[in-house]
Write a protein that binds this ligand. Structure first.
Ligand code: HEC
Ligand code: HEC
Length: 276
């Protein structure tokens, strides 16, 4: 437990107080000295001829060091104005951004056509650094704190969405309520959606078309395009939008943190975690 505060035995506080006292004494002495100087000092030397309402100027040569600094500063300021920010709009942040962009472009062209293995390796690397803190190293979603990739993107994931609804992606249509279908209907819809809307369309899918469109493609961006659910295209879209959830918000990854190829790679990786 904490001991009761006792100044007599507490040397840290004693030192602190001593320091404060010293600062006060030094301040009083220094201020006193200057006030005295203002009162008593009389300058000496030759006065220049000019005189403005009784205020004159002594003929003192300027100190060499001051003069040199003055001229160097003028030259530097010319250089700064012409080569630096005002004319060339130079900024260190801009320079940093340019370097990052150049690096990303080189990265993107180097990995332009990665094979599956490279893509998975890159995806795992990105995942462990950028996603694992919230989604868990194994992608289990840390007890429902973020999406668990064992289900998300699969038919079970769609079933979860049908049961619980979905929100936080920031589509113009806003939230999707849960419970729009149930039982076998919900299962049939889930399989259809997880299969990329290919195959035979279950009649119950009509519960979804008012928002996702007759073709399920999201009515031109009003709601998610279900044809891409469970693909890297959908993951990339999530990464660009961010997502609110139990843990708070998932950040948007549309700020250049990840290149397109990295988004695709991490998409491959997390989709590989799901039951298929
Ligand atoms: C700061 C925590 C955090 C980080 C970092 C994070 N996420 Fe998320 N993610 C979340 C939360 C919270 C949700 C929403 C879960 C929910 O609906 O309850 C989510 C949901 C998702 C979803 C499902 C989206 C949907 O529409 O249901 C995907 C896919 C996803 N994240 C992928 C990623 C990937 C890939 C990364 C790394 C590049 C990542 N996340 C990094 C917190 C995070
Ligand atoms: C009232 C409009 C509406 C209806 C009806 C609707 N949805 Fe949605 N749906 C949305 C919106 C809006 C989103 C995006 C929600 C978000 O921000 O996460 C969404 C998201 C989804 C997602 C993606 C969830 C995720 O994890 O990212 C799936 C899958 C989905 N809907 C499937 C369905 C299915 C299947 C049906 C039919 C049973 C259906 N929706 C009916 C509006 C709707």
């Amino acid at each position: 437990m904490f001991e009761k505060f006792n100044l007599a035995t507490d040397d840290v506080h004693q030192l602190g107080l001593l320091g404060a006292l010293l600062i006060i004494v030094i301040s009083v002495v220094v201020v006193g000295k200057y006030i005295n100087q203002i009162k008593n000092d009389r300058s000496s030397g030759d006065l220049a001829d000019e005189n403005w309402d009784g205020i004159g100027e002594y003929k003192n040569p300027i100190p060499v060091g001051w003069g040199l600094s003055f001229f160097v500063l003028i030259i530097w300021s010319l250089w700064y104005i012409l080569a630096g920010y005002p004319v060339k709009a130079f900024s260190q942040i801009g320079q940093y951004n340019e370097e990052v962009a150049a690096h990303n472009a080189a990265f993107q062209s180097k990995w332009n056509n990665p094979d599956k293995e490279t893509l998975m390796g890159m995806g795992e690397g990105v995942y462990l650094v950028q996603c694992a803190p919230c989604h868990g190293i194994a992608g289990d979603g840390i007890d429902g704190k973020a999406a668990g990739f064992d289900r998300w993107g699969t038919a079970s994931g769609v079933l979860d969405v049908i049961n619980n609804g979905s929100k936080g992606l920031g589509y113009p249509m806003g939230e999707m309520p849960g419970g729009l279908a149930s039982g076998d209907d919900a299962k049939a819809i889930s399989a259809y959606v997880a299969g990329g809307l290919k195959g035979e369309r279950p009649a119950s899918f009509s519960a979804c078309t008012s928002c996702h469109g007759e073709d399920g493609k999201g009515q031109g961006g009003q709601s998610p395009n279900l044809a891409t659910y469970g693909t890297t295209t959908f993951v990339t879209d999530v990464l660009n939008r961010g997502k609110d959830g139990a843990l708070g918000a998932m950040p948007k990854f549309n700020d250049g943190r990840l290149t397109d190829i990295q988004k695709e790679a991490v998409g491959h990786y997390i989709l590989s975690l799901g039951e298929k």
